[in-house]
Design a protein around this ligand. Structure first.
Ligand code: PEP
Ligand code: MG
Length: 325
Protein backbone atom coordinates (compact mmCIF):
# COMPACT_ATOMS: atom_id res chain seq x y z
CA UNK A 1 0.00 0.00 0.00
CA UNK A 2 2.72 2.48 1.01
CA UNK A 3 4.49 1.95 -2.31
CA UNK A 4 1.21 2.42 -4.14
CA UNK A 5 0.57 5.71 -2.31
CA UNK A 6 4.09 6.86 -3.08
CA UNK A 7 3.51 6.28 -6.77
CA UNK A 8 0.44 8.51 -6.54
CA UNK A 9 2.43 11.32 -4.97
CA UNK A 10 2.94 13.29 -8.13
CA UNK A 11 -0.38 12.45 -9.74
CA UNK A 12 -3.33 14.81 -9.35
CA UNK A 13 -6.32 14.01 -7.15
CA UNK A 14 -8.72 13.93 -10.05
CA UNK A 15 -11.96 11.98 -10.36
CA UNK A 16 -12.68 9.68 -13.32
CA UNK A 17 -14.89 12.36 -14.79
CA UNK A 18 -12.19 15.00 -14.54
CA UNK A 19 -12.95 16.99 -11.38
CA UNK A 20 -9.76 17.98 -9.61
CA UNK A 21 -9.61 18.17 -5.84
CA UNK A 22 -6.87 20.02 -3.95
CA UNK A 23 -5.44 17.92 -1.14
CA UNK A 24 -3.42 19.83 1.45
CA UNK A 25 -1.99 18.74 4.76
CA UNK A 26 -2.47 19.78 8.36
CA UNK A 27 0.67 20.64 10.32
CA UNK A 28 1.77 22.23 13.56
CA UNK A 29 5.54 21.86 13.77
CA UNK A 30 8.60 22.32 11.65
CA UNK A 31 9.12 18.56 11.90
CA UNK A 32 5.87 18.05 9.98
CA UNK A 33 7.11 19.88 6.93
CA UNK A 34 9.11 17.11 5.16
CA UNK A 35 5.75 15.33 4.81
CA UNK A 36 4.75 17.99 2.35
CA UNK A 37 6.97 16.54 -0.32
CA UNK A 38 6.60 12.93 0.77
CA UNK A 39 2.81 13.08 0.63
CA UNK A 40 2.50 15.23 -2.47
CA UNK A 41 0.28 17.71 -0.59
CA UNK A 42 -0.55 20.90 -2.45
CA UNK A 43 0.25 23.02 0.59
CA UNK A 44 -0.53 23.40 4.28
CA UNK A 45 -4.28 23.83 4.65
CA UNK A 46 -4.11 24.22 8.42
CA UNK A 47 -1.06 25.22 10.42
CA UNK A 48 -1.91 24.92 14.11
CA UNK A 49 0.19 27.71 15.62
CA UNK A 50 -0.71 26.74 19.18
CA UNK A 51 1.59 23.72 19.06
CA UNK A 52 4.68 25.90 19.61
CA UNK A 53 2.91 27.54 22.56
CA UNK A 54 1.91 24.20 24.05
CA UNK A 55 5.38 22.68 23.76
CA UNK A 56 7.10 25.68 25.26
CA UNK A 57 7.62 26.00 29.05
CA UNK A 58 7.21 29.78 28.84
CA UNK A 59 5.45 32.10 26.42
CA UNK A 60 7.41 31.91 23.13
CA UNK A 61 9.05 35.24 22.36
CA UNK A 62 7.85 37.10 19.26
CA UNK A 63 11.23 36.51 17.66
CA UNK A 64 10.97 32.76 18.15
CA UNK A 65 7.47 32.76 16.65
CA UNK A 66 8.62 34.79 13.66
CA UNK A 67 11.55 32.44 13.05
CA UNK A 68 9.29 29.40 13.08
CA UNK A 69 6.82 30.95 10.64
CA UNK A 70 9.65 31.97 8.32
CA UNK A 71 11.04 28.44 8.34
CA UNK A 72 7.59 27.07 7.57
CA UNK A 73 7.45 29.28 4.47
CA UNK A 74 10.91 28.16 3.45
CA UNK A 75 10.00 24.51 3.83
CA UNK A 76 6.76 25.05 1.93
CA UNK A 77 8.81 26.18 -1.09
CA UNK A 78 6.15 28.48 -2.46
CA UNK A 79 3.17 26.24 -1.73
CA UNK A 80 0.33 28.01 0.08
CA UNK A 81 0.16 27.88 3.87
CA UNK A 82 -2.92 28.75 5.95
CA UNK A 83 -1.90 29.78 9.43
CA UNK A 84 -4.46 29.58 12.17
CA UNK A 85 -4.10 32.06 15.01
CA UNK A 86 -3.70 30.68 18.52
CA UNK A 87 -6.35 28.13 19.43
CA UNK A 88 -5.63 27.74 23.15
CA UNK A 89 -7.78 27.63 26.23
CA UNK A 90 -10.34 24.99 26.99
CA UNK A 91 -8.58 21.65 26.74
CA UNK A 92 -5.42 23.15 25.21
CA UNK A 93 -3.82 24.39 28.39
CA UNK A 94 -0.76 26.62 28.54
CA UNK A 95 0.96 26.21 31.92
CA UNK A 96 2.15 29.83 31.93
CA UNK A 97 -1.21 31.35 31.05
CA UNK A 98 -3.49 31.66 34.02
CA UNK A 99 -7.09 30.95 33.23
CA UNK A 100 -9.98 29.96 35.41
CA UNK A 101 -11.53 26.58 36.08
CA UNK A 102 -14.26 26.00 33.53
CA UNK A 103 -17.12 23.58 33.63
CA UNK A 104 -17.42 23.47 29.84
CA UNK A 105 -13.94 24.26 28.53
CA UNK A 106 -14.80 23.50 24.89
CA UNK A 107 -17.43 26.20 25.04
CA UNK A 108 -15.39 28.40 27.26
CA UNK A 109 -12.71 31.03 27.17
CA UNK A 110 -10.66 29.77 24.27
CA UNK A 111 -9.33 30.53 20.81
CA UNK A 112 -10.38 33.88 19.36
CA UNK A 113 -12.32 34.73 22.53
CA UNK A 114 -9.14 34.66 24.52
CA UNK A 115 -7.33 36.42 21.68
CA UNK A 116 -9.77 39.32 21.60
CA UNK A 117 -9.87 39.63 25.39
CA UNK A 118 -6.07 39.54 25.67
CA UNK A 119 -5.21 41.34 22.45
CA UNK A 120 -1.54 41.73 23.46
CA UNK A 121 -0.98 38.02 22.88
CA UNK A 122 -2.85 37.91 19.57
CA UNK A 123 -1.30 41.14 18.32
CA UNK A 124 2.23 39.93 18.94
CA UNK A 125 1.42 36.74 17.07
CA UNK A 126 -0.07 38.68 14.18
CA UNK A 127 2.98 40.92 14.08
CA UNK A 128 5.28 37.88 13.96
CA UNK A 129 3.22 36.41 11.11
CA UNK A 130 3.21 39.67 9.14
CA UNK A 131 6.98 40.03 9.50
CA UNK A 132 7.64 36.42 8.53
CA UNK A 133 5.46 36.69 5.44
CA UNK A 134 7.11 39.85 4.09
CA UNK A 135 7.01 39.70 0.30
CA UNK A 136 4.88 36.56 0.37
CA UNK A 137 1.22 35.65 0.72
CA UNK A 138 -0.13 35.55 4.25
CA UNK A 139 -3.24 33.45 4.74
CA UNK A 140 -4.47 33.75 8.28
CA UNK A 141 -7.62 32.31 9.81
CA UNK A 142 -9.17 32.73 13.21
CA UNK A 143 -10.47 29.79 15.27
CA UNK A 144 -13.87 29.46 16.99
CA UNK A 145 -15.27 32.64 15.48
CA UNK A 146 -18.91 32.75 16.58
CA UNK A 147 -20.13 36.07 15.17
CA UNK A 148 -19.19 38.20 12.18
CA UNK A 149 -18.32 40.95 14.64
CA UNK A 150 -15.56 38.77 16.08
CA UNK A 151 -14.06 38.38 12.63
CA UNK A 152 -14.25 42.14 12.06
CA UNK A 153 -12.57 42.79 15.41
CA UNK A 154 -9.81 40.32 14.53
CA UNK A 155 -9.31 41.93 11.16
CA UNK A 156 -9.04 45.33 12.86
CA UNK A 157 -6.15 43.97 14.94
CA UNK A 158 -4.40 42.81 11.76
CA UNK A 159 -4.94 46.20 10.11
CA UNK A 160 -3.50 47.94 13.13
CA UNK A 161 -0.37 45.79 13.12
CA UNK A 162 -0.01 46.24 9.39
CA UNK A 163 -0.10 50.02 9.73
CA UNK A 164 2.38 49.89 12.58
CA UNK A 165 4.88 47.79 10.60
CA UNK A 166 4.43 49.93 7.51
CA UNK A 167 5.11 53.10 9.50
CA UNK A 168 8.27 51.54 10.87
CA UNK A 169 9.58 50.65 7.44
CA UNK A 170 8.97 46.90 7.44
CA UNK A 171 8.17 45.07 4.26
CA UNK A 172 4.61 43.71 4.30
CA UNK A 173 3.14 40.56 2.77
CA UNK A 174 2.40 40.83 -0.96
CA UNK A 175 -1.10 39.59 -0.40
CA UNK A 176 -3.06 39.16 2.77
CA UNK A 177 -6.03 36.82 2.99
CA UNK A 178 -8.06 36.63 6.16
CA UNK A 179 -10.51 33.85 6.87
CA UNK A 180 -12.37 32.01 9.57
CA UNK A 181 -12.53 28.49 10.81
CA UNK A 182 -16.20 27.69 10.50
CA UNK A 183 -16.75 25.59 13.61
CA UNK A 184 -19.68 27.06 15.51
CA UNK A 185 -23.26 26.56 14.31
CA UNK A 186 -24.17 30.22 14.92
CA UNK A 187 -22.18 31.23 11.84
CA UNK A 188 -24.49 29.10 9.70
CA UNK A 189 -27.17 31.68 10.40
CA UNK A 190 -24.91 34.58 9.54
CA UNK A 191 -23.35 33.01 6.48
CA UNK A 192 -24.24 35.69 3.97
CA UNK A 193 -22.81 38.44 6.11
CA UNK A 194 -19.75 36.35 6.87
CA UNK A 195 -19.04 35.51 3.23
CA UNK A 196 -19.27 39.19 2.34
CA UNK A 197 -16.27 40.00 4.56
CA UNK A 198 -13.93 36.99 4.60
CA UNK A 199 -11.42 35.99 1.92
CA UNK A 200 -11.77 32.28 2.62
CA UNK A 201 -13.41 29.76 4.91
CA UNK A 202 -12.06 26.60 6.48
CA UNK A 203 -14.57 24.18 7.93
CA UNK A 204 -13.38 22.70 11.24
CA UNK A 205 -15.58 19.64 11.29
CA UNK A 206 -14.22 18.37 14.62
CA UNK A 207 -15.65 21.31 16.51
CA UNK A 208 -18.57 21.95 14.19
CA UNK A 209 -19.71 18.37 14.70
CA UNK A 210 -19.31 18.55 18.47
CA UNK A 211 -21.35 21.74 18.67
CA UNK A 212 -23.94 20.76 16.08
CA UNK A 213 -24.61 17.43 17.79
CA UNK A 214 -23.97 18.72 21.32
CA UNK A 215 -21.52 15.80 21.69
CA UNK A 216 -18.21 16.46 23.46
CA UNK A 217 -15.44 15.40 21.07
CA UNK A 218 -13.20 14.31 23.95
CA UNK A 219 -15.79 12.21 25.76
CA UNK A 220 -15.60 8.64 24.48
CA UNK A 221 -19.15 7.90 25.57
CA UNK A 222 -20.61 10.46 23.22
CA UNK A 223 -17.93 11.44 20.67
CA UNK A 224 -18.91 8.63 18.32
CA UNK A 225 -22.54 8.43 19.30
CA UNK A 226 -23.86 10.00 16.11
CA UNK A 227 -22.65 9.28 12.63
CA UNK A 228 -20.55 12.08 11.14
CA UNK A 229 -22.38 11.25 7.91
CA UNK A 230 -25.79 11.67 9.47
CA UNK A 231 -28.39 13.46 7.40
CA UNK A 232 -28.36 16.61 9.53
CA UNK A 233 -24.61 17.05 9.55
CA UNK A 234 -24.19 16.35 5.84
CA UNK A 235 -26.91 18.91 5.14
CA UNK A 236 -25.07 21.46 7.27
CA UNK A 237 -21.88 20.83 5.31
CA UNK A 238 -23.69 21.04 1.99
CA UNK A 239 -25.28 24.29 2.94
CA UNK A 240 -21.83 25.77 3.65
CA UNK A 241 -20.44 24.46 0.35
CA UNK A 242 -23.41 25.87 -1.60
CA UNK A 243 -23.20 29.27 0.09
CA UNK A 244 -19.44 29.54 -0.50
CA UNK A 245 -19.83 28.62 -4.16
CA UNK A 246 -22.59 31.20 -4.64
CA UNK A 247 -20.54 33.89 -2.90
CA UNK A 248 -17.40 32.82 -4.75
CA UNK A 249 -15.45 32.36 -1.52
CA UNK A 250 -12.86 29.54 -1.43
CA UNK A 251 -13.65 26.88 1.15
CA UNK A 252 -11.57 24.03 2.56
CA UNK A 253 -12.51 21.27 4.99
CA UNK A 254 -9.69 20.78 7.49
CA UNK A 255 -11.34 18.68 10.21
CA UNK A 256 -10.71 14.95 10.63
CA UNK A 257 -13.69 14.16 8.45
CA UNK A 258 -11.68 15.01 5.34
CA UNK A 259 -9.05 12.40 6.20
CA UNK A 260 -11.33 9.38 5.86
CA UNK A 261 -11.88 8.15 2.28
CA UNK A 262 -15.63 7.56 2.52
CA UNK A 263 -16.20 10.89 4.23
CA UNK A 264 -13.94 12.61 1.70
CA UNK A 265 -16.09 11.16 -1.10
CA UNK A 266 -19.15 12.53 0.64
CA UNK A 267 -17.53 15.98 0.90
CA UNK A 268 -16.75 15.93 -2.81
CA UNK A 269 -20.25 14.71 -3.51
CA UNK A 270 -21.70 17.78 -1.82
CA UNK A 271 -19.39 20.21 -3.58
CA UNK A 272 -16.07 20.56 -1.76
CA UNK A 273 -12.96 20.60 -3.92
CA UNK A 274 -10.37 21.50 -1.27
CA UNK A 275 -9.57 19.21 1.63
CA UNK A 276 -6.82 19.34 4.23
CA UNK A 277 -5.79 16.36 6.34
CA UNK A 278 -2.89 14.68 8.14
CA UNK A 279 -0.26 13.79 5.52
CA UNK A 280 -0.71 10.03 6.01
CA UNK A 281 -4.31 10.33 4.83
CA UNK A 282 -3.47 11.85 1.46
CA UNK A 283 -2.59 8.57 -0.28
CA UNK A 284 -5.78 6.71 0.74
CA UNK A 285 -8.02 9.72 0.01
CA UNK A 286 -6.38 10.31 -3.36
CA UNK A 287 -6.82 6.64 -4.25
CA UNK A 288 -10.55 6.90 -3.48
CA UNK A 289 -10.92 10.11 -5.48
CA UNK A 290 -9.16 8.72 -8.54
CA UNK A 291 -11.47 5.70 -8.53
CA UNK A 292 -14.65 7.76 -8.36
CA UNK A 293 -17.00 9.06 -11.01
CA UNK A 294 -18.28 12.19 -9.27
CA UNK A 295 -21.29 12.63 -11.56
CA UNK A 296 -22.52 9.16 -10.69
CA UNK A 297 -21.85 9.69 -7.01
CA UNK A 298 -23.85 12.90 -7.01
CA UNK A 299 -26.73 11.31 -8.88
CA UNK A 300 -27.01 8.81 -6.01
CA UNK A 301 -26.28 11.13 -3.13
CA UNK A 302 -28.24 14.28 -3.87
CA UNK A 303 -31.75 12.80 -3.90
CA UNK A 304 -30.99 11.37 -0.45
CA UNK A 305 -30.39 14.85 0.92
CA UNK A 306 -33.79 16.14 -0.15
CA UNK A 307 -36.34 16.94 2.56
CA UNK A 308 -38.33 13.94 3.64
CA UNK A 309 -35.45 11.50 3.28
CA UNK A 310 -34.33 12.13 6.85
CA UNK A 311 -33.71 8.57 7.94
CA UNK A 312 -31.75 7.37 4.94
CA UNK A 313 -28.35 5.98 5.74
CA UNK A 314 -25.81 8.05 3.82
CA UNK A 315 -22.83 6.04 5.04
CA UNK A 316 -24.40 2.85 3.81
CA UNK A 317 -25.19 4.41 0.45
CA UNK A 318 -21.62 5.67 0.05
CA UNK A 319 -19.99 2.42 1.07
CA UNK A 320 -22.16 0.49 -1.35
CA UNK A 321 -21.21 2.97 -4.06
CA UNK A 322 -17.51 2.66 -3.18
CA UNK A 323 -17.65 -1.14 -3.19
CA UNK A 324 -19.40 -1.22 -6.54
CA UNK A 325 -16.90 1.14 -8.15
C1 PEP B 1 -11.59 21.31 13.86
O1 PEP B 1 -12.18 21.71 14.86
O2 PEP B 1 -12.12 20.58 13.01
C2 PEP B 1 -10.18 21.66 13.62
C3 PEP B 1 -9.58 21.40 12.49
O3 PEP B 1 -9.49 22.26 14.63
P1 PEP B 1 -8.96 21.49 15.93
O4 PEP B 1 -9.16 20.03 15.70
O5 PEP B 1 -7.54 21.90 16.10
O6 PEP B 1 -9.88 22.05 16.98
MG1 MG C 1 -11.37 23.31 16.06
Amino acid sequence: RQAQYRRLRNLPAVTRDGVEVTLSMNAGMLADMPHLRESGAAGVGLFRTEVLFMLSPTLPRPREQEQLYRKIYEEAEGRPVSFRSLDVGGDKVLPYLRTMEEENPAMGWRAIRLGLDRPGLLRSQIRALLKASAGRELKLMFPMVTTVDEFNASRALVDRERRFLHQHGYQLPDTLKLGVMLETPSLLFELEELLAVVDFVSVGTNDLYQFAMAADRSNVRVAGRFDTLSQSFVRILKRIADACREANVPVTVCGDLASRPLEALCLMGIGYTELSMPPAAIGPVKTAIRATDLGRLRARLWPRLEPGRGSDDIRHLLSRFADAH
